[in-house]
Design a protein around this ligand. Structure first.
Ligand code: UD1
Length: 421
């Protein structure tokens, strides 16, 4: 199993290109099931989660061809020949539930394995199921599978979410494009990945208004066509690499970075005394002399501070001057990186969904264990700020969401390498 070895670093300088968004690509790919005509995604990231979604779509009868070394995904679903999303694939990746809406909308029938728990919390799918019911589907849970049917096709309706869910909004949006009549999605998630999905669906012929706000209105159409769509830039990868110069000092330009994707995050960087500016090609992050300042952070749905950057932000705050309070409001068990950071000398107290981080002058390298995707990259960032060597084990989590992390960080001067047994 691979490990990543990081040695404490001086300033980082140079440029890091930001890939297309994993989370956007994972919802754009199932959209191919909505149409007989080809859907081509450009700017796709090259990640193991994308390979898992490819495998799932192929198992359902879609053709998925990866071109230009994975940057372009050419997909088509002349028919959906298998209507069961099998446990063996779904258990690997929760985003597999995103095939439910498209299959149901196109075929009036879908069987999808329940994804089960995951490291960062229970993560139920009840809101996905309620959304399908609001569109007229009958749902039955049997043998660990969701059996969904809508014999006469889905019908437009009001989908009102009691809490904001990115995935459930995406499933509802895709399903509504082919439902008869008008669908109104209330308390919809406003994440940029949803805006990207709506843009792509519109290119395929869908009638959608209001994406990026909490009310999305969809006028169902009889059929969708083909499209070519570039995947939006990955705001989580962007935020993660913005933290590298913030932690080590120096000046790094994030190519393709957009301020509108990371507004709340940039406000916190500013409060921590990290400078962020826009350039012609992206965003530039610089840290001058002195320690960063402590800041309090609460995770929220977009446009708030993203939960997917909480672990990485904690790595930064471990060496800040003063005490920071991080509140995790999206997932109940998302501080598993804290004990690993403590192994590196961080002072962190966790009480339920709150972590109090008192900055230390310097972290010390240690062998640590990656527990989930964002936790693993937070340990790499912490390693860059530590004295000595940090070995991050279980990096398969990292490969789910970060393309070429060692190359991207080495290119700006980081001491990082992957070691295979
Ligand atoms: C997506 C992202 C993930 C990110 C998360 C929150 C993808 C592939 N993943 O996950 O990286 O961390 O948004 O920004 O895009 N919930 C329910 N019932 C449901 C669905 C969700 O109770 O049916 C709860 C969840 O447990 C969680 C909250 O709602 O507490 C938000 O989850 P959600 O927005 O659905 O996250 P995902 O779409 O799974």
């Amino acid at each position: 199993m691979d490990r990543i070895v990081v040695r404490g670093n001086g300033p980082l300088n140079g440029q890091i290109p930001i890939a297309g968004a994993k989370n956007a690509c994972l919802t754009l790919m199932p959209a191919t099931l909505l149409s007989e005509e080809p859907l081509t995604l450009t700017n796709a990231p090259r990640l193991s989660d994308i390979a898992t979604m490819t495998q799932l779509l192929q198992s359902l009868g879609a053709e998925v061809t990866s071109m230009q070394r994975g940057k372009v995904l050419a997909m088509s679903s002349h028919s959906v020949s298998n209507l069961t999303a099998d446990y063996d694939i779904v258990r690997k990746m929760r985003a597999s539930i995103l095939v439910l809406g498209p299959m149901l909308a196109r075929e009036g029938h879908a069987v999808v394995s329940l994804p089960g728990g995951c490291a960062i919390g229970a993560r139920p799918v009840d809101l996905h199921l309620r959304a399908m019911e609001a569109l007229g589907a009958e749902m039955d849970l049997r043998d660990g599978y969701v059996h969904a049917k809508a014999p006469g096709g889905l019908k437009g309706g009001v989908v009102e979410f009691p809490l904001v869910s990115v995935g459930a909004t995406e499933n509802a949006l895709m399903a509504a494009t082919l439902a008869k009549g008008t669908t109104v999605i209330k308390n919809a998630a406003r994440e940029p990945e949803i805006v990207d999905l709506a843009i792509c669906l519109r290119r395929m012929g869908a009638q959608i208004e209001g994406e990026g706000t909490s009310t999305i209105t969809v006028q169902g159409v009889d059929r969708l066509g083909g499209a070519t769509h570039p995947v939006v830039v990955d705001r989580i990868e962007l935020g993660t690499y913005m933290l590298a110069p913030a932690i080590c000092g120096g000046e790094v330009e994030l190519l393709g970075g957009r301020m509108d994707l990371v507004g709340a995050f940039c406000e916190k960087l500013d409060a921590a005394a990290i400078s962020v500016s826009e350039t012609d090609s992206g965003l530039k992050v610089a840290r001058k002399n002195g320690r960063v300042h402590a800041v309090d952070v609460t995770t929220e749905p977009f446009p708030g501070f993203p939960t997917d950057l909480q672990a990485q932000m904690m790595a930064l705050l471990c060496t800040a001057e003063g005490t920071s309070v991080l509140e995790e409001k999206i997932f109940e068990n998302r501080f598993m990186h804290a004990p690993e950071l403590q192994r590196m000398g961080a002072r962190i107290e966790v009480h339920g969904g709150t972590a109090k981080v008192t900055g230390v002058e310097r972290l010390r390298g240690a062998p640590v264990m990656a527990t989930d995707l964002r936790a693993s990259v937070s340990l790499i960032l912490a390693g860059l700020a530590a004295e000595g060597e940090t070995v991050v084990n279980r990096v398969y989590h990292l490969d789910r969401g970060y393309e070429k992390v060692e190359q991207k960080l080495s290119a700006v001067g980081a001491h990082i390498e992957r070691v295979s047994d």
